[in-house]
Design a protein around this ligand. Structure first.
Ligand code: 13P
Length: 251
């Protein structure tokens, strides 16, 4: 059965020293927690020290992006091989900010998903509609396109290892959270879609997180829903005390 995973996405925040300090505090805050995986997506410059800071604790480390290639002439890029070598376990892929500001396509995201799986890293594949998509009644079509695109060519054994993060773009950083009912509706749709792409057993294995203004006040209610298996949390993950409350919402 799938795991509940609550992941923070720090985006372009925190120096190395700030990251290490927050991670140590977070690890202490959640030391007694069992039954939920806790992950922090930290900036590249902090990853090496981040992994060391959480050694022997309940916290694991994610990167926020990677290149699909192992190595080569790709100036400014970081490969899954490099991430694996320092002890990173997860990689956030296809975040709406990367799709929007850096032109990332489903095809490119799919290459990264495959590369991460090939190197034993867990991809967190972000999917989600913009406000105009929702208003035009296209939520399911967009979510289906992102999901099919990200999973393209994966066997069911590979698919079962992917984490999906449903992040409605209109809810990201806006303080406007999807209601638990709105989120559950899309999560159930994703589960149904994964069932049709693979089978019910595989779909039941896949953790589907909700992301978009999840915070200490709304996390428990969202994650109580049947198909909401955790969160991908931006702003509310930056403070170790706040994020610990969000994590406890998954229990
Ligand atoms: P916020 O929680 O700040 O809305 O960000 C969500 C997000 O984009 C996580 O990846």
């Amino acid at each position: 059965m799938r795991r509940k995973i609550v992941a923070g996405n720090w985006k372009m925040n925190k120096t190395n020293a700030e990251a290490v300090e927050t991670l140590k505090k977070l690890a202490a805050n959640i030391a007694d927690i069992k039954g939920v995986s806790v992950v922090i997506g930290a900036p590249f410059t902090t990853l090496s020290d981040a992994v060391k800071a959480v050694e022997g604790t309940n916290v694991e480390i994610a990167a926020q992006n990677c290149n699909p290639k192992d190595s080569g002439a790709y100036t400014g890029e970081i490969s899954p091989v490099m991430l694996k070598a320092i002890g990173v376990n997860y990689v956030i892929l296809g975040h709406s900010e990367r799709r929007e500001y850096y032109g990332e396509t489903n095809e490119f995201v799919n290459e990264k998903v495959k590369a991460c799986l090939a190197h034993g890293l867990t991809p967190i594949l972000c999917v989600g509609e913009k406000l105009e998509d929702r208003e035009a009644g296209n939520t399911e079509a967009v979510v289906e396109d992102h999901t099919r695109g990200g999973f393209a060519g994966l066997t069911k054994e590979e698919a079962a290892k992917v984490v999906v993060a449903y992040e409605p773009v209109w809810a990201i950083g806006t303080g406007k959270t999807a209601t638990p009912e709105q989120a559950q509706e899309v999560h159930a749709f994703i589960r149904k879609l994964l069932t049709s792409m693979y089978d019910a057993e595989t779909a039941a294995e896949i953790t589907v997180q909700y992301g978009g203004s999840m915070n200490a006040a709304n996390a428990a209610e969202l994650m109580a829903k049947e198909d909401i298996d955790g969160g991908l949390v931006g702003g509310a993950s930056l403070d170790a005390d706040t994020f610990a409350i969000v994590v406890k919402g998954a229990l």
